[in-house]
Design a protein around this ligand. Structure first.
Ligand code: F6P
Length: 533
């Protein structure tokens, strides 16, 4: 693919601009529902383990058709097939992008023999650790950052109902000692397994924390580093140099933020067991098949990615909020931030030419209902329109049916309120007992007006299980891929994190020496304050 496929040069792009001006800009969801009794059904999409209601989005069937035309003109299907076949679509690094091969049944994807050899070996190891009577392991500490942390850190609490009752999982990522210190405080070397998780085995934060962990282990009477430290990495030699003999490898065609399906998933597998880990892979594979085979009209990842383009490039919305109405998914927004913003936060096309249009939106959020009592005020009445993605799970794993009904009612109420809004006249007709009695009713009513017509998507899961979570994560991966293809960018590199790393290497010795020579005045001034006695 080259810039020749760039979205702004597509016929459908120009058509979408015209459609936006003529119909899209003024589309009112309340009128759209009033006009079309079948709108919910028309914009409902079934994918494996996930039902999506796309009807509360500011689009119509004509928008959808033009977006599908755009996807076809941008070569989405060919690009998807190239990814699945293992072509080097990560052009700036000359690599294939094959996280889908990690969850394919044996013999059904490239590198199957290697993938299943590591998977089987890793899952056999997992069962020996989970046998706490034999292993004595009661605490597992995953030391990794970014893609070597966020996936496992998100999945383990999400699947809490499946977690081994006698093993506590810990995650250490930050080079800030306030992260590892409280974890180590509660541990005993003989009961602890450290996983050093790093694709490159060079990342400063992870190497520094691994060193601290090993020093702590030895200082506290730990005797068998080989048994209590394992590595998950593509750099087996570096792990061996660190003194780690048990290593589970993966490959350069697994991007860090797409790696929870690889050996990086070891903490997940220890927590939920090999059978459930295989179910997580199977759920993701089911979504892969859907993405690979469903016609684009009914292809959920493709439709979500195209809606993202519609909002970002035509409506000009700069962010999207994710609100999982399931406490177990509390780390999902953080996980999606890396997945989406590290993948699609790019400013040049595949040929390195500057882009004249926006790419990744800011992705952010908190679980509901907590977010309702924090930032939802802005979603309802702020000056920016922010599409919201609600994720609801029908059947909980806890026995508190009343809490579940309240949670689901809140979730539905929020998307309803965002869409319906409240006119000033309606507010005027209501009592507002907490409003100041000294204000005139018109002023109070204006404060209590909601513009409405604020878009949202609701994703529904029957249950949060390894299968459905696998499918949900894969859905997000392919959605990010879709918008990346339309934008004509490389979603699989991350050059933007390099500059800060290089400057940190320059500043590190200066924090010891206090040397400020050649620094800009601000950095020099701050460094002086930080190093002064
Ligand atoms: O932040 C940059 C990054 O390279 C991420 O893409 C990656 O997930 C993270 O650092 C960790 O890298 P590694 O697994 O090599 O330690």
């Amino acid at each position: 693919m080259s810039a020749a496929h760039r979205c702004d040069r597509a016929v459908a792009w120009t058509a979408l601009q015209g459609h936006y001006q003529a119909h899209g800009k003024a589309l009112d969801l309340r009128e759209a529902f009033a006009r079309d009794a079948g709108r919910f059904e028309a914009f409902a999409v079934e994918a494996p383990h996930v039902f999506a209601d796309l009807s509360k989005n500011r689009w119509d069937l004509a928008t959808k058709k033009l977006l599908l035309d755009l996807a076809r003109e941008c070569g989405l299907e060919a690009r998807r097939d190239a990814m699945l076949a293992g072509e080097p679509i990560n052009t700036t690094e000359g690599r294939a992008v094959l996280h889908t091969a990690l969850r394919a049944p044996a013999g059904q994807a490239p590198f199957s023999a290697e993938v299943h050899e590591v998977l089987n070996r890793m899952l056999a190891y997992v069962e020996t650790v989970r046998d706490t009577a034999a292993s004595g392991i009661r605490h597992v500490v995953n030391i990794g950052i970014g893609g070597s942390d966020l996936g496992p850190q998100m999945v383990v609490p999400a699947l809490d109902a499946f977690v081994h009752p006698a093993i506590t999982m810990h995650f250490v990522s930050n080079v800030d000692g306030h992260d590892i210190a409280p974890v180590l405080r509660g541990l005993k070397p003989a009961e602890t397994l450290f996983i050093v998780a790093s694709k490159t085995f060079t990342t400063q934060e992870t190497m520094a924390n691994a060193q601290v962990a090993r020093d702590w282990f030895v200082a506290n009477g730990g005797t068998d580093v080989g048994r209590h430290f394992v590595a998950t990495t593509t750099n087996i030699e570096a792990a061996a140099r660190f003194g780690i003999t048990t290593t589970f490898g993966f490959w350069d065609w697994v991007g860090g933020r797409y790696s929870l399906w690889s050996a990086i998933g070891l903490p997940i597998a220890i927590a939920i067991g090999s059978e459930h880990f295989r179910a997580l892979l199977a759920g993701a594979h089911a979504m892969d098949r859907h993405f690979a085979t469903a016609p684009l009209e009914a292809n959920l990842p493709a439709l979500l990615g195209l809606l993202d383009v519609w909002y970002r490039n035509f409506h000009g919305f700069g962010s999207r909020s994710v609100a999982p109405y399931h406490q177990g998914l509390k780390r999902l927004p953080a996980y999606l931030q890396q997945l989406e913003m590290e993948s699609n936060g790019k400013q040049v096309d595949l040929d390195g030419e500057p882009l004249p249009y926006g790419t990744s939106p800011v992705v952010w959020g908190e679980p509901g209902t907590n977010g309702q009592h924090a930032y939802f005020q802005m979603l309802h009445q702020g000056t920016d329109v922010i599409p919201v993605e609600f994720i609801a799970v029908k059947t909980p794993t806890h026995p508190h049916a009343d809490l579940q009904r309240k949670l689901l009612a809140n979730c539905l109420a929020q998307s309803q309120a965002l869409m319906q809004g409240k006119a000033t006249d309606a507010a005027l007709g209501e009592k507002a007992p907490t409003a100041s009695a000294s204000l005139d009713p018109q002023t109070v009513a204006r404060h209590r007006t909601f513009p409405g017509n604020r878009p949202s998507t609701t994703l529904l899961l029957e249950r949060l299980t390894p299968e459905s979570l696998g499918a949900l994560i894969a859905l997000y991966e392919h959605r990010v891929f879709t918008s990346g293809v339309v934008w004509g960018i490389n979603s699989f590199d991350q050059w933007g994190v390099e500059l800060g790393k290089a400057l940190c290497n320059d500043l590190l010795p200066r924090l010891a020496s206090g040397d400020t020579a050649g620094l800009d005045a601000s950095t020099a001034g701050l460094l002086k304050r930080l190093t002064s006695a």
